[in-house]
Write a protein that binds this ligand. Structure first.
Ligand code: 1CP
Length: 349
């Protein structure tokens, strides 16, 4: 059988090169909306799925084969590299990460170890090498940003208001700085190892950083993010992506960072981001809840987003946040097909 040629559309959009169609992938594209995922998940804990390369590879490939998306994202969690440095985390179904030993003081921060990817997460690197051999689309590696990782480490689990996290930041600024420094080192080491193993782009998820105002972001987070992206840029030319939820007010700060692509949630439209003067590639931003609505509404919004994305080079279609269990596989299949058909017809003329 002839081998399928490599589809590099996603990478071309990251670099703002001409594309035949708008590339699309979905955050949390591997997940509980897929019956195949649910069947595997019944047999293993989340981290077992993560730590057994055959399972991790299968689950990563599933949405690529089922939906026809233009990129794969490694099946793992932002918490995966925290276990080896001494964070007692498990993923509870329907809740998310839960941590038994939350951080309270400087001493807790000082006790955290350093990550050695080759010995601490060999299964991640093995899965990436295998995926790089098998896939005909780019594999996106990823990690959590220090603020978002810290929010779980301090709160002990998901949070609505981040009181503990922000309280720690305001009350113990030196311990906070130390924590940011350690998590930045971990993020850079982890992402560099993923790139060396074969990841062709990396996304940093700062899902909860929108909880900060601009001034606090500048003081407590931006220097760390600047260092992470700068250190990645020094050693590699793979595209970098930065994403957060409810973070439209931080977009201008993000734009100043040495990152290539900015991910938008559904609250900030592409024209609003462009009106701020942002010229980087944008990724997003269909509201995932809309996927529970009638197809006509989904199609109209997808079309609008594709048209908005066309006005400046560099658009990657995605959801404004992750998929969720109630979604139908067929809806995402139809949406992917529509994005490909509509954008390739447009790009022909
Ligand atoms: C990129 C990614 C993540 N998690 C998973 C992936 C896998 C790759 C993919 O298919 O996208 C698998 C991934 N991670 C998890 C699941 C569901 C687990 C299950 O099957 O029980 C999956 C498929 C568990 C998890 N892990 C986390 C949550 C959120 C909890 C909260 O609201 O605070 C949850 C529910 C933490 C987490 N994990 C992640 C983020 C950043 C992106 C986002 O905001 O969605 C965050 C905040 C990132």
């Amino acid at each position: 059988m002839a081998q399928k040629s490599f589809n590099d559309t996603f990478l071309r959009a990251c670099r703002q090169e001409p594309v035949t169609h708008t590339p699309v992938w979905y955050m949390r594209q591997a997940g509980r909306y897929q019956p195949e995922y649910r069947a595997i998940r019944q047999k293993y804990s989340f981290f077992e799925m993560n730590e057994i390369p055959e399972v991790c590879v299968e689950v990563t490939k599933l949405p690529v084969e089922q939906l026809g998306v233009d990129a794969a994202i490694l099946f793992a969690d932002i918490m995966t590299p925290l276990k080896p440095i001494g964070v007692d985390v498990e993923i509870r179904s329907g809740i998310g990460p839960v941590i038994d030993n939350p951080i309270r003081h400087l001493e807790d921060v000082e006790q955290l170890g350093e990550l050695d990817p080759e010995s601490d997460v060999p299964f991640i690197l093995e899965s990436i090498r295998q995926l790089r051999r098998d896939l005909t689309v780019p594999l996106i590696g990823f990690g959590g940003a220090p603020f978002t990782l810290a929010s779980y480490m301090i709160e002990g689990g998901p949070s609505k208001n981040y009181h503990q996290t922000k309280g720690f930041m305001y009350a113990q600024p030196q311990a906070w700085e130390k924590l940011m420094e350690k998590l930045a080192d971990l993020t850079v080491t982890y992402l560099k190892a993923q790139i060396k193993a074969g990841a062709l782009a990396v996304q940093i998820f700062d899902s909860w950083v929108g909880a900060l105002n601009v001034e606090d972001y500048r003081t407590y987070v931006a220097p760390t993010m600047r260092r992470i992206f700068a250190e990645l840029k020094e050693s590699t030319d793979v595209p970098t992506i930065y994403f957060g939820i409810g973070a439209g007010h931080l977009l201008l700060e993000w734009d100043r960072l040495p990152v290539d692509v900015l991910g938008l949630d559904w609250r900030t439209s592409i024209p609003e981001a462009r009106a701020l003067g942002i010229r980087k590639t944008l990724q997003g931003n269909l509201d995932p809840s809309l996927l529970l609505g009638p197809w006509e509404k989904i199609e109209a919004k997808a079309k609008e987003i594709l048209d908005q994305g066309e006005e400046h080079p560099g658009h990657i279609f995605n959801l404004g946040h992750g998929t969720f269990p109630e979604l139908k596989v067929e809806t995402l299949q139809r949406l992917t097909q529509f994005i490909h058909d509509y954008s390739s017809r447009r790009n022909e003329v």
